[in-house]
Design a protein around this ligand. Structure first.
Ligand code: NAP
Ligand code: GDP
Length: 346
């Protein structure tokens, strides 16, 4: 029998890479998707086979705000592992929607833990649980941050992730649940949401190169982030659940760059000078900023045997390549008389 995994947030960046990894390892993968008025499965469409051809990837309608539905999905799927990746994952948006963010990110994790506890009691099966924690929880703590660093969250998103983190520890200690917190530093890819700063930059730079865009508006360029490749980071998630004991792990590259440095890296790859194209728009400033995230992943290396395998230059090149392909397609449409698509967002 192949092992089975349930993934919330399967339509997101990490969900898609994790699903690829699990399918390659022979898992049967089940994903929780939200009903939307438009299709929202772009990132996993290449993995989805007709259910009549085999049950390798199955999708279930559900939501982290709906406890009963989560419990029913556990009954249907009987998973060996659960990965909780679902979230309102944008820090800037969390200032506009603090209550919703807390509902999905904080209480959503609690709902899933409760559903799991009830499912385990009823089925007498043991299930392993992964929680997608974030370096944002460290907030204003001094770098380099590791598992012993005190959380000093600086946004509604980070506060909600801290709540979820401690609930995971609580379920581990109170009920013996095999539950792990991954504390992942920023990780990116050609599939990163377009309103996160790296993707916003690679998308804009490639469009500028092809004459499809003429300005890139950004906020604070001085913040430093430790950016890794999402494809590498999902391997660390999986390894956490293969250990003898559950624990919490920082996952990071150990190197941080400012937004300004990342801008220069990307624009240089396209023979452009970023200073000619970028303008600061205070609309993108946050009520409170996280200045410097830089992780120390020594524990992940020692126990999981995990190390980041992709440096920032390679990551940027990968993203530029992906976005250049999109920009080229857009240019073809534009030359054929279709209107230009204006792009905005945080
Ligand atoms: P993402 O691309 O924004 O994906 C988020 C996923 O959550 C999407 O599948 C989304 O579904 C789903 N979702 C949103 N609200 C939900 C709800 N109420 N119920 C169920 N699902 C819901 O995020 P990501 O970059 O893949 O990140 C994955 C996880 O890791 C998130 O929890 C994020 O906070 C955390 N994290 C990410 C990073 C990073 O740098 N990427 C770093 C640390 C931690 P729709 O497609 O329907 O919107
Ligand atoms: P975060 O680390 O999860 O908040 O990831 P983001 O990619 O959203 O932001 C990383 C950093 O880039 C933060 O310090 C932001 O303030 C900064 N930043 C500067 N300009 C922008 C922008 O236009 N959009 C976003 N998303 N971030 C920006």
């Amino acid at each position: 029998m192949s092992p089975s995994a349930l993934v919330t947030g399967i339509t997101g960046q990490d969900g898609s890479y994790l699903t690829e990894l699990l399918l390659a390892k022979g898992y049967e993968v089940h994903g929780v998707i939200r009903r939307a008025s438009t299709f929202n499965t772009d990132r996993i469409d290449h993995l989805y086979a007709d259910p009549h051809q085999g049950p390798k990837l199955q999708l279930h309608y559900g939501d982290l705000q709906d406890s009963g539905g989560l419990r029913r999905i556990l009954d249907q799927v009987a998973p060996d592992e659960v990965y909780n990746l679902g979230a309102q994952s944008h820090v800037r948006v969390s200032f506009d929607q603090p209550e919703f963010t807390a509902e999905v990110v904080g209480l959503g994790c609690l709902r899933l833990l409760e559903a799991l506890r009830s499912y385990q009691d009823a089925s007498k099966r043991k299930v392993r649980f992964y929680q997608a924690g974030s370096s944002e929880m460290f907030g204003s703590a001094k770098p380099r941050q590791n598992e012993d660093t005190r959380f000093q969250p600086r946004s509604p998103y980070a506060c909600a992730k801290v709540y979820a983190h401690y609930q995971v520890v609580n379920y581990r200690e109170s009920y013996g649940l095999f539950a792990c917190n991954g504390i992942l530093f920023n990780h990116e890819s050609p599939r990163r949401g377009e309103t996160f700063v790296t993707r916003k930059i690679t998308r804009a730079a490639t469009r500028i190169k092809l004459g499809l865009q003429h300005k890139l508006y950004l906020g604070n360029l001085d913040a430093k982030r430790d950016w890794g490749f999402a494809g590498d980071y999902v391997e660390a998630m999986w390894r956490m659940l293969q250990q003898d004991h559950p624990d919490d792990y920082v996952v990071a590259t150990g190197t941080a760059l400012t937004i300004r440095q990342f801008l220069a890296l990307v624009f240089e790859q396209l023979d452009l000078d970023w200073k000619e194209w970028v303008e600061i728009d205070p609309r993108y400033f946050r009520p409170a900023e996280v200045d410097h995230l830089e992780g120390d992943a020594a524990k992940s290396k020692a126990i999981l045997g995990w190390e980041a395998g992709t440096d920032i230059k390679t990551l940027a090149a990968m993203m530029v390549d992906g976005d250049m392909e999109l920009a080229r397609r857009e240019a073809v449409l534009k030359n054929a008389g279709h209107a230009e698509t204006p792009r905005g967002g945080f």
